[in-house]
Design a protein around this ligand. Structure first.
Ligand SMILES: *[C@@H]1O[C@H](CO)[C@@H](O)[C@H](O)[C@H]1NC(C)=O
Length: 331
């Protein structure tokens, strides 16, 4: 009876969109003690990597931000000390963990665009999954830190309808409610059809507006009603309307995210570890950016899709302190 009840709570929680993190704030929180432990781990001969993990991988981003400030005030720069003491992916991960969430996401966005050949999937992922408030803070961070706007970087690195879509999404004008107005859904379905399959060419503005301004529950309802009405999936439509282009991929990502956020991220995790080699930067970003939000849901989705546990797949693909640190965040 009791387990049935727990099952029901868990199930209805997922259905109603409740998020399950894997990383929680430590309480009581003592940033002075944490900064001292880090200094102790780094200072002198050799480095105590387990001790570094015991602090950085068990504190939330906002707590790590305070620890970093405390450390920097007392000892110089935590990021620089980690950089000079550590190597490889463990170094990269721990330096990432010294940043607060907004700075971390902004550096990731910048890096995604700075890399030779922009990584559009990651770019779409980061912008699509952030709240209007976070996007506003990211835009401010870009001006303060890089001296230019996020939009100007997007403009320099992307083109066409994809560029317009991203810039409009980055402005953070999306409806964030979960309210669905079926009359408005019906109107969007007809507009998308009339601006796509029904005509030669594509009315890109309609697609940009629906996918960047509507709330995600609404977008999902549009996808369902579109297929019911026209007998063709909206995923197929956007793929053919924007064939071979970043725009089509971005709209498919938005549809996946609207349908099931946890499944979307599970597939992103899988892409980062599947096949030969590991896309470490993606793996680190996905872990850090989701562990305080919905990594619990993502792990369940991953298990359902791939019949394997995310933790063991990550474990198989990594080693040493890097592996221990990732698993500390994931488990
Ligand atoms: C629902 O959408 C329709 C069409 O866009 C609009 O005219 C109507 O005012 C909306 N209703 C509500 C309650 O928002």
């Amino acid at each position: 009876m009791k387990s049935l009840f727990i099952c029901f709570v868990l199930f209805s929680g997922i259905v109603s969109g409740q998020d399950f993190p894997t990383l929680f704030p430590v309480d009581p929180f003592d940033p002075y003690n944490d900064a001292a432990r880090l200094f102790d781990a780094i200072d002198g001969w050799g480095t105590d990597e387990d001790k570094i993990i015991s602090v950085l991988c068990y504190r939330t981003a906002s707590q790590r931000d305070i620890i970093t400030t405390t450390y920097n005030n007392q000892h110089g720069s935590l990021a620089d000390d980690l950089k000079s003491d550590l190597t490889g992916t463990f170094k990269t991960l721990t330096v990432m963990l010294t940043h607060g969430m907004i700075k971390f996401l902004s550096l990731e966005l910048h890096d995604t665009m700075a890399r030779a050949g922009t990584d559009e999937k990651s770019l779409t992922e980061i912008i699509m999954s952030r709240s209007n408030q976070e996007l506003s803070e990211i835009r401010t961070f870009f001006i303060d830190y890089y001296g230019h706007s996020l939009a100007s970087e997007i403009e320099a690195d992307t083109s066409g309808a994809y560029q317009t879509l991203l810039i409009q999404m980055a402005e953070g004008l999306r409806d964030e409610s979960t309210f669905v107005n079926m009359t408005a859904v019906e109107k969007d379905v007809v507009d998308l059809y009339e601006g796509g399959p029904a005509i030669e060419g594509t009315n890109e503005d309609i697609y940009i507006d629906v996918f960047s301004l509507r709330n995600y529950v609404h977008v999902n309802e549009v996808a369902i009603l579109f297929e019911e009405t026209y007998g063709i999936s909206l995923t197929t439509v956007v793929t053919t309307e924007f064939e071979g282009r970043d725009m089509g991929n971005a709209l498919v990502s938005i549809l996946q995210y609207s349908r099931d956020k946890a499944r979307y991220f599970a597939s992103r995790f899988h892409e980062s570890i599947a096949g030969a080699g590991t896309a470490d930067q993606d793996l680190m970003r996905l872990t850090i950016s989701r562990c305080e939000t919905d990594l619990g849901n993502i792990k369940i989705a991953y298990q359902n899709i791939y019949a394997a546990s995310l933790s063991s797949d990550v474990s198989d693909d990594t080693s040493g302190s890097y592996r221990s640190a990732l698993l500390a965040l994931i488990d």
